[in-house]
Design a protein around this ligand. Structure first.
Ligand SMILES: C[S@@+](CC[C@H](N)C(=O)[O-])C[C@H]1O[C@@H](n2cnc3c(N)ncnc32)[C@H](O)[C@@H]1O
Length: 271
């Protein structure tokens, strides 16, 4: 691949998804884009890049963008944020929303939905306290393909062994051939939307809690700042943001401040 081709693809990815592809990651292009080339009947990367240059938009460009995103996710990823949600965020939320009995959660890069389903299980486990409440969980992702998997609620043995306590597996999943299907009750708690975080987020509505984990890490500082400011605009003054372990707001957005002693949890700056 010529330096010009590499630059072309990295500019395209940055513009379409925010992904910053540095030259040390150029090896990823080959492994991830060869299957796309084969799918579109193209002989190799050079032909693929030429076809992308010629087509501009369309299914090939979408496939290239999706192939370069990293969809890695697992249930209760990093544990602590989910403990903090259950123990520190949910109780005051239940108290402050007691009159209207509703709140909304946004999983901003939901991938194959282990994160929204982990939250749904925590809410189910909260039991009687949330009886009669209307709780919306919205899971978005740029990738149509990964959202199809999210909606299916089907996970392999390997996926359910990553982070999911066995009692929750037994309680909320049933075996379907060699996969595990999460129960309909939990599937019905989540609405999925294909959505690019680089776009105006306001049509998604307001959210009391936002999980935007392990996606900003792929963006440059300016894009991270724009996405964070866009998320801040969706939240009430007491809204709570969760970021991934390698992500922060510090030096990126003035709109959030870390919650003391709650790593990865941020509140809005209101003064
Ligand atoms: C590593 S996964 C994180 C999944 C989950 N939040 C977690 O922490 O386990 C990152 C997800 O971000 C999605 N993504 C990448 N760029 C995006 C964008 N511009 N808008 C929306 N989603 C994006 C990818 O498709 C991928 O599914």
């Amino acid at each position: 691949m010529t330096p010009g081709d590499f630059q072309f693809i990295s500019d395209l990815l940055k513009k379409r998804s925010g992904l910053v592809l540095t030259s040390d990651k150029s090896y990823l292009l080959e492994s991830r884009l060869m299957p796309v080339a084969r799918k579109h009947g193209l002989k190799g990367l050079d032909e693929l890049i030429q076809a992308v240059r010629d087509s501009g938009e369309g299914s090939l460009v979408i496939d290239v963008t999706e192939a370069m995103t990293t969809n890695e996710s697992f249930f209760f990823r990093d544990n602590k944020p989910f403990d903090l949600f259950r123990d520190n965020v949910l109780p005051p939320l239940i108290e402050s929303r007691a009159a209207k009995k509703s709140f909304r959660i946004f999983c901003a890069a939901a991938s194959s939905s282990q994160e929204p389903y982990s939250l749904a299980m925590i809410l189910k486990e909260a039991g009687a306290q949330l009886q009669g409440w209307k709780i919306d969980i919205i899971g978005t992702d740029i990738s149509t393909e990964i959202l199809t998997k999210a909606r299916s609620g089907l996970y392999t043995q390997f996926e359910v062994q990553r982070g999911l306590p066995i009692q929750l597996l037994m309680k909320y999943f049933e075996k379907q051939d060699d996969q595990w299907l999460i129960c309909k009750d939990l599937r019905d708690m989540i609405t999925y939307k294909e959505y690019n975080l680089l776009d105006d987020l306001s049509p998604l509505g307001r959210f009391d809690v936002v999980f935007c984990r392990n996606v900003l890490v792929y963006f440059d500082q300016e894009t991270k700042g724009k996405v964070l400011d866009g998320i801040a605009d969706l939240m009430p003054d007491d809204g709570i943001l969760f970021l991934g372990g390698a992500e922060t707001v510090l030096g990126i957005s003035e709109r959030f401040k870390p919650k003391p002693e709650q790593r990865g949890v941020y509140g809005l700056v209101t003064d």
